[in-house]
Write a protein that binds this ligand. Structure first.
Ligand SMILES: [Zn+2]
Length: 130
């Protein structure tokens, strides 16, 4: 959270420098406006770029569209185990890791009411009303 707030500080300072710089150039008479405003713009733009590129890296880490659970066998606890992960961002996709064979299935949208593993054909769950 600390790195997030420092990124926000950079972004806000960058915006402030750029806005104030632009404002001074347009409102004050030349050459005073250019003399005061240009250094602010020069200082503000790199700050903005740094903050924006950092923000993109952060959000890229949080929502990796290529993320998928590692195919592995889950411990056998007397019934078929499975793991379901639904993405938080568009496009909404759900990965289903079958504990019996380690197969990972992908379905569009949220967790379906029932799912049969495409790897071993086991009915992993059925929440459909009879
Ligand atoms: Zn399976």
């Amino acid at each position: 959270m600390r790195s997030m707030s420092s990124d926000w500080n950079i972004l806000i300072s960058g915006w402030a420098c750029t806005l104030i710089g632009t404002g001074i150039i347009f409102t004050m008479s030349e050459p005073t406006g250019l003399l005061v405003g240009t250094p602010l713009l020069i200082a503000g733009f790199p700050l903005l770029l740094v903050a924006l590129s950092r923000g993109r890296q952060l959000s890229g880490k949080q929502a990796d569209p290529n993320w998928s659970p590692s195919p592995e066998s889950l411990p056998d606890a007397g019934r078929v185990m499975y793991r379901v992960d639904t993405s938080l961002d568009e496009p909404i996709r759900t990965s289903i890791l079958c504990g019996a064979c380690g197969e990972v299935d992908w379905v569009e949208g949220k967790k379906p009411l029932r799912h049969i593993c495409t790897g071993c054909g086991i009915l992993l769950w059925n929440e459909e009303e009879e």
